[in-house]
Ligand binder design. Structure first.
Ligand SMILES: O=C(O)CCC(=O)C(=O)O
Ligand SMILES: [Fe+2]
Length: 405
């Protein structure tokens, strides 16, 4: 018997004996799906691989999210990454501003709280963004070269920050390298779970997959004034996310629209599909809508999502042919979210003046018309990634891309 069951046992027994006959029961809400915890060891081992793939497939068809344990990234690594991220955010604001994302044509760096928008709502988090450490494409000319060529380049590493935090750079680079290897492995499993060749995504992703590591701090606040991160689907292929023990991340059940807590599970990463995978599998695998509630826990929350996408120059087919259409679930969302409608309307009611100003700024940009990058033939991954990052960080776009040289 579990501790919880043991703790409850005497009370339950008493209530059984003493409960009056006329007790009425409220009909329970539709049961929420369980977000499964899968072990990567079960994928690695031939005898348990079929069961692993079955459960992965079920999770991705039902929700689009699962936890992965025994993933091969050590506790030292994950704790080290969390610690260096916490140390970074604890630096004086002036130090952090040396690494402002606006300094970087490659969308790398620090973002102050209240400056990022998800789904037209201002997020209540500070963040820091990294990508593959590469040389910039020197021939890039804004307005002339494809925008996504501007994404390639180095991360920002101000000398004074490195002097204050000697672990910072090596830990972040090491963590990204390990997450890249894990993501490749997960995509091999995803390929097999779809009945494809194990190397299907490796071939599609090319030699230089494009990834982004986002480090986020959600400070604890005294009241539910806004939202930590607005409801959204991740836009790319795969997200692998490390969170601390505070909680607040929620995923939406695609069938009912109910919100499910994606509670912290020690020694795991959360794995989610993004919109590109949803599109590529014609809806067989879900990209989970998720959000982060405002943090009123009394403890600051830290999370580190890793967004894994193909090489920027990769051309993505419109969909993967030959998937078994007969098994496609067609979850028709009712569009109603009775469980959280009050909650939701208060979030929606928080559109502040700052947001309005930001919207005006985005609208005033001479947009590269990226919305129509997806055609029946497929799409350019670089254009798709650029569209995502440009919408999140329009200040980078307006400084580096939307001008004549
Ligand atoms: O911080 C989290 O737990 C989730 C963040 C997230 O969903 C995102 O940045 O896309
Ligand atoms: Fe997300």
């Amino acid at each position: 018997m579990s501790n919880l069951a043991q703790a409850l046992a005497p009370t339950c027994l008493m209530s059984t004996v003493m409960r009056p006959k006329a007790t009425t029961y409220t009909k329970p809400k539709t049961a929420l799906p369980i977000i499964k915890t899968l072990s990567l060891q079960d994928f690695n081992c031939p005898s348990t691989r079929p069961q692993f793939l079955k459960e992965m497939r079920e999770s991705l068809m039902e929700i689009g999210t699962f936890y992965i344990k025994d993933h091969g990234i050590s506790g030292n690594m994950t704790q080290g990454a969390m610690k260096t991220v916490q140390d970074y955010f604890a630096l004086p604001l002036e130090e952090k501003k040396k690494m402002l994302i606006g300094n970087s044509r490659h969308f790398r760096g620090y973002k102050l709280i209240g400056e990022e928008f998800t789904n037209n709502q201002v997020d209540h988090r500070e963040q820091l963004q990294f990508g593959p450490e590469q040389s910039p494409i020197e021939s890039f000319v804004p307005g002339c070269s494809p925008n996504h060529e501007g994404l390639q380049g180095p991360n920002q590493w101000p000398a004074s920050t490195l002097a204050l935090l000697p672990e910072f750079q090596p830990v972040i680079l090491d963590f990204m390298a390990q997450l890249e290897a894990l993501s490749h492995r997960l995509m091999e499993a995803v390929a097999l779970s779809l009945g494809l060749n194990m190397s299907f995504f490796r071939d599609l992703f090319g030699q230089t997959p494009y990834y982004r590591l986002k480090c986020a701090k959600y400070p604890s606040v005294s009241k539910q004034a806004t939202i930590g991160c607005g409801a959204h689907k991740d836009t790319g292929f795969l997200t692998v996310l490390l969170q601390d023990t505070v909680g607040g991340l929620q995923g939406q059940d695609p069938k009912t629209g109910q919100w499910m807590d994606t509670r912290p599970v020690p020694d795991t990463f959360i794995v989610t599909m993004g919109e590109s995978m949803e599109r590529l599998t014609d809806g067989l695998y879900h990209a989970t809508v998720h959000r982060v509630l405002n943090n009123t826990s009394g403890h600051d929350r830290y999370s580190i999502p890793f967004f894994f996408d193909p090489a920027l120059h990769a051309q993505i087919p419109a969909r993967i042919s030959g998937l078994d259409q007969a098994t496609y679930p067609r979850y028709l969302h009712s569009g109603e979210d009775s469980s959280d409608s009050e909650d939701e309307s208060s979030f929606l009611a928080t559109k502040s003046r700052a947001e309005a100003q930001w919207d005006a700024m985005v609208e005033s940009l001479d947009s590269p018309d990226l919305e129509n990058t997806i055609t029946r033939e497929g799409w350019s991954n670089g254009d798709h990634v650029f569209e995502t990052v440009y919408r999140c960080h329009p200040e980078v776009y307006s400084r580096w891309y939307n001008r004549e040289f």
